[in-house]
Design a protein around this ligand. Structure first.
Ligand code: GLC
Length: 479
């Protein structure tokens, strides 16, 4: 099958969160299963020079953004057997950072149109275009409004994955004509609650909608999780499916990882103790055997940091040490910085997005705390389990689908249900108790490390989904 992945970020070129991990690893898994899977992202100026050097210029074209004709360079690079395309326009993408600009809507309207235009020139016609999150949400919309009638485009199927329903691309109605060139008779595709909502457009027009875990697929039918989109999703339920993300098991492999002090595996976990010792040293935390809780996250509300704030000092009193890495809202950055200042040797906070350090925290911590209010999938809990670090999570979305409480027979972590700091603290206490029983803990660590979070099974689920779509067409043609 020929599949094109469109996204605003992909490892190793540009990454700010889990989306980039998925667009960096799922295409690899699909390619390994014999499919021709390619990826297209914007050519950000932040892409590292050594990766930039691998790119080859294909052509430049112009792309319509309403009445404007904008320059669009098309570049290509092949990395580990996968072809990546890049959409170049320095005015849009040569900036510090990837998002958060006054003209984000325009930047991604341009990208979405450019992706469809590009197909005329790159000698690759996909059977499936797989789009991800609001930045690529206009691709299925443009396809259904303009492109499906054009030569060379017929029969392409659009799959749209929601990685996080909170980010929707909501703008005033003027963008329809000023940026998007969507005719008034098609305005209904994007219109929602008086706004233009890009995600809603994709929900309307994509052939299938997926979310990144089975639980999140039914959670977002509920107003509490859906950030307003439950009404439209309920009507489009027939094309909604949840497929659990995998992780890149080569990048996150404790037996080979070059970023950590000593490699280890489920069969021989001894190196983990050395990873813990050197992590404590690196972060200026007190040496000793007390349990270390790792937190690697974006500091935003839905990650449940308010629950951590409520009982943080109680956890310190119990004897925990904390290795925190992340960045985001100032209120949370300030909270962790204040805790680090108040409890030197017990709390370390590193502000930023530092992949190498994250590997050392995954490897050197004993537990990993992730009390998200909502979590479409979550990758960190799976990565930490692979490094024998036991997750403590709230039962929501992908956390619910990957972590089982150690109270049962095949537990691989600790879970709690409600959005309540004391409920979370109870799970933390149970983790503390089991940590102090070496036999119980060693068995738990082994079980967690043996869980299979590779893409293999989920890549098959995506292949089934793509095949179903292509099959539908054959059935229609027969009829
Ligand atoms: C988003 C979600 C996260 C998910 C990731 C990759 O970042 O918040 O839960 O794991 O996308 O799909």
């Amino acid at each position: 099958m020929k599949i094109l992945f469109a996204a605003s970020e992909a490892v190793p070129f540009a990454a700010s969160g889990g989306l980039a991990d998925v667009t960096g690893s799922l295409p690899k898994a699909l390619t390994a299963k014999g499919h021709d899977c390619r990826v297209v992202i914007p050519l950000y100026s932040s892409i590292r020079p050594e990766l930039r050097a691998k790119m080859e210029f294909i052509k430049n074209i112009t792309v319509d953004v309403s009445w404007r004709k904008q320059y669009c360079g098309i570049f290509k690079a092949v990395l580990n057997g996968i072809t990546y395309y890049f959409i170049d326009n320095e005015y849009y993408y040569s900036r510090e950072g990837m998002y958060g600009f006054y003209d984000d809507c325009e930047r991604f309207v341009f990208f979405d149109r450019a992706v469809l235009e590009m197909l005329k020139y790159v000698g690759f016609t996909p059977e499936i275009i797989h789009c991800n999150d609001w930045q690529t949400a206009l691709i299925p919309v443009y396809y259904s409004v303009y492109y499906k009638y054009q030569q060379g485009y017929d029969g392409i199927k659009n799959v749209f994955t929601i990685h996080n329903i909170e980010y929707q691309g909501k703008y005033g109605k003027e963008v329809l004509s000023e940026l998007m060139s969507i005719p008034m008779y098609n305005a209904g595709l994007l219109d929602y609650d008086g706004y233009v909502n890009m995600l809603k457009g994709a929900i309307e027009t994509a052939d299938k909608i997926t979310t990144v875990s089975p639980s999140y697929a039914w959670e977002i039918l509920d107003p509490w999780y859906a950030h307003g989109l439950d009404r439209i999703l309920v009507t489009k339920q027939y094309k909604l499916r949840g497929i659990l993300n995998g992780i890149d098991t080569e990048l996150y492999d404790p037996s080979k990882d070059p970023e950590i002090t000593k490699n280890f595996s489920a069969r021989n976990v001894s190196g983990k103790a050395e990873c813990k010792r050197t992590l404590l040293e690196e972060l200026n935390l007190d040496p000793g055997n007390e349990p270390v809780i790792g937190i690697v996250t974006r500091f935003v509300r839905h990650k449940g940091i308010d629950l951590i704030r409520c009982v943080f000092e109680e956890m310190i009193q119990m004897g925990f040490k904390f290795a925190v890495l992340g960045s985001g809202e100032k209120i949370y950055e300030d909270f962790f910085s204040e805790m680090a200042a108040r409890y030197p040797g017990k709390v370390s906070v590193s502000l930023g997005f530092i992949p190498e350090l994250s590997h050392r925290i995954y490897a050197g911590s004993d537990m990993f705390l992730m009390p998200s209010l909502s979590e479409p999938c979550g990758l960190a809990q799976m990565i930490s389990m692979r490094y024998g670090t036991i997750p403590i999570v709230r039962e929501t979305g992908g956390l619910r689908d990957t972590v089982r409480d150690n109270g049962g027979i095949d537990g691989n972590g600790f879970t709690f249900k409600t959005i309540n700091a004391n409920d979370m603290l109870d799970a933390v206490k149970r983790a503390f108790r089991d940590y102090n029983d070496k036999k119980v803990w060693d068995a738990l660590v082994k079980r967690a490390m043996k869980c299979d979070f590779s893409w293999s099974a989920s890549a098959d689920d995506y292949i089934d989904l793509y095949e179903e779509l292509l099959q539908d067409d054959l059935l229609e043609a027969d009829a």
